[in-house]
Write a protein that binds this ligand. Sequence first.
Ligand SMILES: Cc1cc2nc3c(=O)[nH]c(=O)nc-3n(C[C@H](O)[C@H](O)[C@H](O)COP(=O)(O)OP(=O)(O)OC[C@H]3O[C@@H](n4cnc5c(N)ncnc54)[C@H](O)[C@@H]3O)c2cc1C
Length: 288
Amino acid sequence: MIPTQFDYEAPATLEEAVALLASDLDGAKVLAGGHSLIPAMKLRLAQPQMLVDIARIKSLSYIREEGDQILIGATTTHYEMESSDLLKTICPLLPACAASIGDVQVRNKGTIGGSIAHSDPAGDWPAAVLALDADLVLVGTSGERTVKAKDFFVDLLTTDLQPGEILREIRIKKPSGRFGHAYQKVPHPASGFAVVGVAVHLVLNDDGSCNSAGIGITGVGVKAYRANAVEAALAGSNLDDNALASAVAHVCDGVDPNADLYASSDYRCHLAQVHTRRAIQAAKAQVR
Ligand SMILES: Cc1cc2nc3c(=O)[nH]c(=O)nc-3n(C[C@H](O)[C@H](O)[C@H](O)COP(=O)(O)OP(=O)(O)OC[C@H]3O[C@@H](n4cnc5c(N)ncnc54)[C@H](O)[C@@H]3O)c2cc1C
């Protein structure tokens, strides 16, 4: 199927993009990599009147350090995240997550901002930004606001973004102390999307016990979520087999796990437990 007819605008600046979106709050939509939006338009699940292409706004694509933070522009591609030497050194969870996304074509066009804004229940980036407790900077005609990742993902394909707003930047506090990262994913054999994806940011005390754990889960519920009960059970524990087994038993607490032809809800929850345990063990092995 081909999409319904639409206008196409390619603004040179973020300010122009915000103004274009404001000129048609119901009909205009942001276009970034197009790897989720264009398929939805071809299926006529989305029928925007106007596409505002932000991928050509050069100032929206960057990865840099500023003080104790890592700043990432919304149109930075999955491949740029995967291949960033800076991120490999200071925040390896992000390149690991990027490397697991789709195939080379998807990673070259798709953007971190597009994935977060789309909030696909099986998208990988939401799990990573939740585990890292990221701040998301949104901009609209009434100015800029910052939302915590844990408050951003609201429901299936639904976020806290308001009509006319653009996700401009992802801000992550530079990991410090004795930390380790891991991203574990069970990819769907046909689509490559996560049947289950687990992002872990683990910080250890000097004696090897768990200081804190940030754990983001995707693929299991209608939206990505933080496994708060697992994080609480791990804090202060010695991370031995018994501690891990009793902590990961809580990974689906408060969530109604998805069921489809590939994985029943029980199987999905079982996968989430197994891969959360493996991700924590892998993160522990990475502690510097
Ligand atoms: C074959 C295939 C395999 C894939 N496999 C995976 C996978 O394994 N894991 C995975 O996570 N994803 C996967 N994807 C999805 C891919 O990562 C997309 O790139 C991503 O979901 C959306 O990013 P995008 O830049 O393409 O956004 P677009 O498709 O351009 O936009 C998606 C939505 O977000 C909105 N939007 C985009 N950017 C912004 C912004 N900055 N501010 C506000 N709103 C915005 C758009 O209006 C639209 O509603 C796959 C896609 C394909 C086609």
